[in-house]
Design a protein around this ligand. Structure first.
Ligand SMILES: *Cc1c(COP(=O)(O)O)cnc(C)c1O
Length: 393
């Protein structure tokens, strides 16, 4: 018998099990609804990024079905060969108009948007200045570029300035932040970072994955929220979270986007969206533009739920968004909290090291516009019961 050369991975999995950090995938058996069936159990769903309930919105479904019937299930090629359909171009035009930028390119996901963008515009002679809590896809994009990455402590503008001061003025620099940080739900300090970028001549880039459809007028993102129009060179957003379907986009000047058409490797070497996905994204933009009340509902629910958790005495950190962490401390404790919540009918996923710091393991809650007050109150009652039981409150 051949010895399994991957056996060392089994040992690593066993170690995770021993630390109480081994996770099984929860299987969703219904749509991504506010109350949904996971692993055969009906639970209030506080784990999805479906902020506005668009993932199962009739208008998106209808648009997806109609485009699929008309153009087929797949696009059949990468964008640069034969896979650019008129509906892909329509989506990019609509997004550019929505974002008030010259142009937009759509990628297969937010992850590939980040990975493809940073790696195609920088090389080893350049330098990246990056918040320590930036998303994994930013970090991977930065690594692919081979440019050295200087990490500053979370939102520490003085530390970022110190790094910038020591760099040669002529060196190409990219200053990069999340718009909304996905584990704590706090906002990147965009106005101060834009000032720094101006002062030191940096390319300014923001990843608005969790801000798309949530912050700014009609969900235009943090640049709109902070009124930083014209001061952020590269805006990345996702179509996979609040916009309900799948994809990532990059918004900026016409020449920058055309350059990405020529150089971004996921654009060149990975097949474009099925036409139905592009159609669903366009339908989502229609909803953001014409039914912004959905975003108001999301924020009403956010305030209600946050206040509820805080008044129960939980440590909810520094969130400013519909993402509210309930910080438990040690990894095993966060996983226990998540497991007990689930048994009681509430799904909020446990998140531990290496996704967050070792002593800041948590359960992460995300409310949506689709949650009813009854669902949110039920979840709060369960948090109260379980939080007391395991000694968090
Ligand atoms: C979710 C997320 C992404 C990835 O977006 P997908 O469309 O799911 O690939 C990128 N950046 C941040 C900050 C995210 O939270």
């Amino acid at each position: 018998m051949r010895k399994d050369p991957l056996a060392f991975l089994t040992a690593e999995l066993d170690a995770l099990k021993q630390q109480g950090l081994y996770r099984k995938l929860r299987i969703l058996e219904t749509g991504q609804d506010s109350t949904a069936n996971f692993d055969g159990k009906k639970v209030v769903n506080l784990s999805s990024n479906n902020y506005l309930g668009l993932a199962n919105h009739p208008k998106l479904i209808k648009a997806m079905v109609e485009a699929t019937e008309k153009y087929g299930a797949g696009s059949g090629a990468v964008r640069t060969i034969a896979g650019t359909m008129s509906i892909h171009m329509e989506l990019e035009r609509r997004l550019a108009a929505f974002k008030h930028t010259e142009a937009v390119v759509v990628f297969q996901s937010g992850f590939t948007a980040n990975a493809g963008t940073v790696s195609s515009i920088l090389n080893k002679d350049d330098v990246i200045i990056s918040d320590e809590l930036n998303h994994a896809s930013i970090i991977d994009g930065c690594r692919l570029s081979k440019a050295p990455i200087k990490v500053f402590p979370h939102k520490d503008i003085d530390a970022a300035r110190k790094i910038l001061k020591d760099l040669p003025p002529a060196q190409k620099k990219l200053l990069i932040t999340d718009g909304v940080f996905s584990m704590d739900g706090d906002l990147g300090p965009l106005p101060a970072l834009c000032d720094l970028a101006d002062e030191f001549g940096c390319i300014m880039m923001v990843d608005d994955a969790h801000a798309s459809g949530v912050f700014g007028r009609n969900g235009r993102g943090t640049v709109d929220h902070f009124k930083m129009h014209g001061r952020v060179d590269i805006q990345v957003g996702t179509l996979s979270k609040a916009l309900g379907s799948l994809g990532g986009y990059v918004a900026g000047t016409k020449d920058f986007i055309e350059f990405l058409y020529h150089r971004a490797r996921p654009f060149l070497f990975s097949t474009s969206h099925p036409p139905g996905v592009a159609a669903a994204c366009i339908a989502a933009l229609d909803i953001l533009e014409h039914e912004p009340e959905l975003i108001d509902t999301l924020w009403d629910n956010t305030r209600f739920f946050k206040k509820g958790l805080e008044s129960l005495g939980f440590n909810t950190g520094i969130s400013e968004s519909p993402i509210t962490p309930v910080i438990a401390g040690e990894g095993a404790l966060a996983m226990k909290l998540s497991d007990r919540l689930f048994q009681e009918g509430v799904f909020a996923s446990g998140i531990a090291y290496p996704t967050v710091a070792k002593d800041k393991a948590r359960v992460r809650t995300i409310v949506s516009a689709a949650h009813t007050r009854e669902e949110l109150q039920y979840a709060l009652d369960v948090f109260k019961k379980v939080g007391r039981e395991i000694g968090l409150i």
